[in-house]
Write a protein that binds this ligand. Structure first.
Ligand code: 0X9
Ligand code: ZN
Length: 701
């Protein structure tokens, strides 16, 4: 076994008095395997040593392609060029080359998928596929589903063509899908915001196959499609994906890496492209420019579509520099790919949304930045208003796929992501799935396992997680309902305009939706709440200044790479928090981990340092149960000083940023394009209200 992914942030929402400060200079020790630098530089996967938060912060400033495969003291990074290696070295960071010159091994690894496809005419997937789809395959499959079951499948062309002029396709699935909107809630599932994350499109497409082929024969799926409409957009970034998939199939490193760390990656050219085809701000690619600009592994061009959405656009965790891997673009929604999704989501009541990515086995929910981050309104960003429900649904889904159920920020800070906009602007629940454990696009058999579930998750998997997300979309407890009567055939409209805060400004946003009253003259419209989460009250935690008890341990020098443990007893019940601080006199690298001693004597890590700047090292344990805790002090430096480590018990209290607005929709009835009546409607989550339209005219003749 290689290193495993661990969470570095077990605790949340403690507010420090200082806002984010500048990164502190990291140690400059050298060593570790050096990358081969030369003109024949092959794409590499390296493991960069990040013993402290400062190392991670430094690494984040370098504009490199960081993977999410990261742990407490390492981050896996894709080096696309000799310049990338030079940047790492210049920053004083050390690394091990996990896999060098992956290009050479392309053929070797492609074979795994090819072998599977050869040995198996069909797979157990709903479509029976045995290998990755190309862009043409996706479009053909959507056309096929439309052709096979036209009564429940409607093709959708998203409104904006890509920078290369491609149409982005989707399908809408549901009972009577061709009839006018009848007030049913909408579930949206998407893939391939990031070009190289092939399984994210595969699982999205398989879910569509599953729904379509089981409608009418499977009661659960039939019921779901009677109550909801499902919109499937498997390839949101069609330009980028086309480059990635056409430029070579995968490389499986496990074969190469002696079964050590199972990981990624690398084929030549664009196989590991992440972004879209924007060649420079405001410019569209000419001819084959996007595909040809493979310098820096295809990083030479593009905007990160998952940093380009309007919500807090321009904030932490997104780069302002073209062509960094997380370049946010020239402005919020500057890209056709994000405009497409914006218009899709603003034109319906998308009560639940899933955006698929790869990898790391995670289900991520808002928010994208740490709760103690001071947001553009001058208050801590805090927890999402609907944290309890969002977390509960996340837990239901991760019980199916075995992933971790965490906030986006627990991975790393991001702003301008899909669901951080969609949730905060529309109130619809939104999740990012990071599918798969090891790599951006593994051999195809793993895609099958991720969908259907394997091992202890056999028969569950993401299939079941997606079905639960769809069930949530129809659950009235998690959205709102407007009900009433109006003459059959009347068009009802529900609208609202608002400003969505970006990091330094705001953008004009709106929701504009409609439905047609059915024959009965009664309607029930499943909508998102009228007041957006972003203006609702939200909570954050503040610690008592004085500890209720504290204990300090002093230690002498620790030899390099070794550690010393100190035991700290908690006998009190109901403690809110242990604040553990490690201090030493010189600027060396020391690290701190906190463990709980289980009944059998084994240690479970409950916290580690990493979140707090302007502190030497600090770890917080929330709601600690009584027992013996171990403070582990680790020396990463060649010269280690003496140190002190202090554990303090604190009370914490929850503060609330009050709701700033009560927002309403404007509900109107129209006939032949003429507005007959108009009222304002305020409706909260879980609530049903009457739509009091009185002047919608008599019964239709
Ligand atoms: O960085 C991203 O865009 C996502 N990871 S990926 O490796 N697939 O690129 C994670 C974004 C998750 N964060 C939030 N949605 N808050
Ligand atoms: Zn992604």
């Amino acid at each position: 076994m290689g290193r495993t992914t661990r969470t570095t942030r077990g605790v949340i929402a403690a507010v420090t008095s200082t806002a984010l400060a500048a990164a502190i200079l990291v140690g400059t020790s050298t060593g570790g395997a050096e990358a081969t630098v030369g003109s024949d530089f092959g794409v590499q996967l390296v493991t960069v040593d990040t013993p402290t938060r400062e190392h991670k912060e430094k690494l984040q400033t370098l504009g490199l392609d960081l993977t999410e495969h990261a742990g407490h003291d390492f981050v896996e990074v894709v080096l696309h060029s000799a310049a990338d290696a030079t940047a790492l070295r210049a920053a004083g960071l050390t690394w091990d080359v996990r896999i060098g010159d992956l290009a050479k091994r392309t053929a070797e690894v492609n074979q795994l998928t090819a072998e599977y496809a050869k040995a198996n005419e069909t797979s157990p997937l709903p479509s029976g596929r045995t290998e990755y789809r190309t862009l043409e395959d996706y479009n053909a499959d959507m056309a096929q589903l439309t052709a096979i079951r036209p009564e429940i499948v409607k093709p959708i062309e998203l409104p904006h063509t890509t920078l290369e002029g491609k149409t982005v396709h989707g399908i809408e699935i549901g009972k009577d899908v061709h009839e006018a909107e009848d007030g049913r809630p909408v579930f949206v599932i998407m893939g391939l915001h990031h070009a190289r994350e092939w399984p994210s499109g595969e699982l999205t497409m398989e879910f569509a196959y599953d729904l379509v082929s089981n409608y009418g024969s499977d009661d659960r799926i039939t019921g779901l499609l009677e109550k909801a409409r499902v919109i499937v957009v498997p390839v949101t970034n069609a330009d980028g994906f086309e480059k990635s998939i056409n430029d070579g199939m995968l490389v499986d490193l496990r074969e190469i890496d002696n079964g050590d760390i199972a990981s990624i990656l690398g084929t030549p050219g664009n196989a590991y492209k992440r972004k879209n085809c924007r060649v420079a701000d405001g410019q569209e690619p000419v001819g084959n420019e996007c595909a040809l600009t493979t310098s820096n592994g295809g990083y030479g061009v593009g905007i990160d579509t998952n940093r380009n959405y309007g919500g807090l656009w321009g904030g932490p965790g997104a780069s302002s520099e073209f062509p960094d891997p997380t370049y946010r673009g020239a402005g919020p929604f500057s890209e056709p790919e994000t405009q497409n999704i914006r218009e899709l989501v603003s034109g319906r009541h998308v009560t639940t949304l899933v955006t698929n990515h790869t990898f790391s086995n995670l289900v991520l929910r808002p928010n994208g930045v740490k709760p103690d981050t001071i947001g553009p309104d001058g208050n801590p960003v805090g927890q999402p208003h609907d944290e309890e429900q969002l977390k509960a649904l996340g837990a239901q889904m991760t019980a199916q796929n075995g992933y971790r159920n965490i906030h986006g920020w627990e991975l790393y800070d991001t702003t301008g992501t899909t669901e951080d906009w969609s949730y905060n602007a529309t109130g619809g629940f939104g999740y990012t799935f990071e599918i798969g454990e090891h790599e951006f696009h593994p051999p195809y058999p793993e895609v099958i396992d991720e969908y259907l579930g394997a091992g202890e998750y056999e028969g569950k998997g993401n299939r079941e997680a997606f079905l639960i997300a769809l069930e949530n979309a129809i659950d009235e407890q998690t959205h709102s309902v407007i009900a009433g009567k109006a003459p059959a055939g009347t068009t009802l409209r529900l609208r609202k305009s608002f400003s969505t805060p970006t990091w330094e400004n705001s953008i004009e946003d709106s929701i504009d939706t409609s439905m047609v009253v059915g024959e009965s003259g009664k309607y029930r419209w499943h909508v998102n709440p009228s007041t957006r989460p972003v203006v609702m009250d939200r909570q954050y935690q503040v610690l008592s200044e004085e500890p209720t008890r504290s204990e300090t341990f002093e230690g002498a020098a620790i030899p390099p790479t070794e550690h010393v443990d100190h035991e700290f007893e908690v006998t009190e019940e109901g403690v809110d928090l242990i604040d553990v601080r490690l201090d030493w006199p010189t600027p060396d690298d020391m690290d701190l981990e906190v463990y709980y001693t289980e009944a059998d004597g084994s240690l479970t890590e409950v916290a580690s340092s990493g979140n707090f700047v302007n502190e030497k090292e600090r770890a917080l344990v929330q709601n600690p149960k009584p027992g013996t805790y171990v403070f582990r002090v680790i020396n990463y430096a060649s010269v280690s000083p003496s140190y002190t480590v202090t554990g303090s018990l604190h009370e914490a209290h929850t503060e609330t940023v009050p709701r700033t607005l009560v927002e309403n929709y404007t509900l109107s009835c129209e006939r032949d394009g003429k507005v007959l009546d108009q009222v304002s409607v305020v409706v909260d989550r879980g609530q049903e209200v009457k739509g009091n339209l009185r002047h919608c005219g008599g019964r239709k003749k």
